[in-house]
Design a protein around this ligand. Structure first.
Ligand code: NAD
Length: 506
């Protein structure tokens, strides 16, 4: 164990004792709420699968109370001035920063994500709040659309109480990405976080209250997808559902929300290609490809999980790649040396490990890894894994594995690269590496994905649209796109004078 790991473990203990003491409660109407059913579920740490805490297990009853609280709070929060919302959201950001160490350490323990990435989780989340705080005063802005005899103008109004359902991969950051714009728009929120990573959602709800949100503006109900999640998506008072998670769950939520005509926003799975042409800066391409699949344990929707390498450079590039993958440090998530931590849950660990056999059965080569990592027998540690010699029709090239596992596929020319790049049901992100400007534009236009990065890893710019095509999602987040989801656009048409009105029955 490194000294820094010991230090982190020591610092973590008081945070852990506080948040894991007793049963982790819901947060409804501005206060912790133990739930009425007495039901709980266990929350494990992926480090060794020991129990971190029991968590209140919400049902339709808790969702009902949270939705009522959100509905009651909506009438005041929607009327709060943009300036008032801005101030409170900035205060939330301040409090997130003040608790940055606690958030980072607990997130690592709860999810298995490495501290080298999670140490920025709170700061990035605070930036999300600040970004939307600053835009709150202009959220209602619209357009003037004059015609000859009328003045049309548009304005936006918050849609109402919304449901936010989030996954376990980077739960704190993702929750802020959804909840901050909803609150900035004037909506109130019922949040149902993933059952495998509930800890930091509780911190966020506490912070919202401390910052001065009206009670009921930000509610939190812990629970399983099949009961609390379903109840949220069918509740009459919830006007829209922002969901981040698997594509199959998105389909279910769309069906569940249909009877109450829910507006939905989906950020779903990905099987994103990173395409490396032989005229690229190959050293930078290598750094980015390795980073985009082995950071965040590969549990990343925008991971470059398919690496398409031009055949003329394939063997040399893959040799360097394999050397890097062999060096990836798997270890305790709180150790600053660790690059890949344990996967979230034994069920997910088994899913990822299952692909090692799938790869062999399909005829690909397991060039590196492919095994449980020796770091700890009890935790969900997978060795950084590289599959080579793959074809696009193999399951390892088609299915989202969501672990530190990269599939390499060779291609001959631009046309084949685009064909393979698009040959999946997903369309979230694409990465492309070339020194030819014309090719960069051609391929970026031809790839069927919501986001393309050229000669770059995934670098987010908050005003730009984030989201996917095909089975990767519906809608876009970021900047004004978020307000379009959380708000209704209203057109107001005013006659400028005595225009002609048809006279019936005159
Ligand atoms: P998941 O779909 O299993 O669960 C996500 C959330 O949905 C959880 O809170 C769960 O309890 C809830 N849920 C499950 N069934 C439900 C139902 N029937 N009704 C309502 N809620 C329900 O996803 P996961 O395994 O937690 O997360 C991993 C997935 O998330 C991956 O596919 C990944 O690509 C995706 N993801 C996408 C993005 C993106 O921006 N596109 C970002 C992060 C993760």
């Amino acid at each position: 164990m490194t000294d820094m790991l010991n230090e982190h473990l020591k610092k973590l203990e008081p945070y852990r004792e506080r948040i894991c003491a007793g049963i982790l409660p819901h947060f409804i109407g501005g206060a912790p709420d133990p739930g009425s059913s007495g039901l709980t579920f266990e929350n494990l740490t992926p480090v060794d699968n020991s129990k971190l805490c029991d968590v209140a297990r919400g049902t339709a009853a808790e969702i009902g109370r949270a939705a009522e609280a959100a509905e009651a709070a909506f009438s005041d929060w929607r009327k709060a001035s943009g300036k008032a919302r801005k101030q409170i959201l900035h205060k939330i950001a301040d409090l997130i920063v003040a608790r940055r160490e606690e958030i980072a350490l607990l997130e690592c323990l709860d999810t298995g994500q490495a501290i080298r990435f999670m140490k920025a989780a709170a700061d990035r989340s605070a930036v999300n709040y600040r970004y939307f705080a600053d835009r709150a005063p202009e959220a209602a802005d619209g357009l003037a659309l004059p015609s000859d005899e009328h003045m049309n103008y548009t304005t936006r109004q918050p849609i109402g109480p919304v449901g936010v359902i989030t996954p376990w991969n980077t739960p704190f950051m993702l929750s802020t990405w959804k909840i901050a714009p909803a609150l900035a728009a004037g909506c109130t929120v019922v949040h149902k976080p993933a059952e495998w990573s509930p800890l930091t959602a509780t911190i966020l709800a506490e912070i919202g209250q401390e910052a001065g949100l009206p009670p009921g503006a930000h509610n939190l109900v812990h629970g399983l997808g099949e009961d609390a999640g379903v109840a949220l998506t069918v509740h009459e008072a919830i006007r829209a559902v922002a969901f981040v998670g698997e594509s199959a769950t998105g389909s279910k939520i769309m069906a569940q929300g249909a009877p109450t005509l829910k507006r939905v926003h989906f950020e779903l799975g990905g099987k994103n290609p990173a395409i490396v042409f032989d005229d690229a800066d190959l050293d930078r391409a290598l750094d980015a490809a390795v980073f985009m699949i082995y950071s965040l344990n590969g549990e990343r929707c925008t991971s470059s999980s398919r690496l398409l390498v031009q055949r003329s450079i394939h063997d040399a590039f893959v040799e360097k790649l394999a050397a890097r993958v062999r060096n990836i440090r798997v270890g305790h998530p709180l150790d600053p040396e660790t690059e890949v931590g344990p996967l979230i849950h034994p069920v997910h660990f088994d899913k990822v490990m299952g692909y090692m056999d799938v790869a062999k059965a399909d005829g690909a080569t397991v060039a590196v890894g492919g095994t449980r990592n020796a770091f700890s027998g009890d935790g969900n540690f997978v060795s950084a894994t590289l599959f080579t010699g793959a074809r696009t029709d193999m399951r390892i090239a088609q299915e989202e594995i969501f672990g530190p596992v990269l599939t390499v596929i060779p291609f001959d020319d631009e046309e084949e690269a685009v064909r393979i790049g698009n040959d999946v049901r997903y369309g979230l992100a694409g990465y492309l590496w070339t020194g030819d400007v014309g090719r960069a534009h051609r391929v970026a236009q031809a790839l069927d994905a919501g986001m393309i990065w050229v000669n770059s890893q995934n670098v987010r710019h908050l005003p730009s649209p984030f989201g996917g095509t095909k089975a990767s999602g519906i809608g876009r987040d970021g900047g004004d796109y978020s307000f379009d989801f959380y708000m209704e656009t209203k057109n107001i048409c005013i006659a400028l004078g005595d225009h002609r009105i048809p006279k019936l029955g005159a």
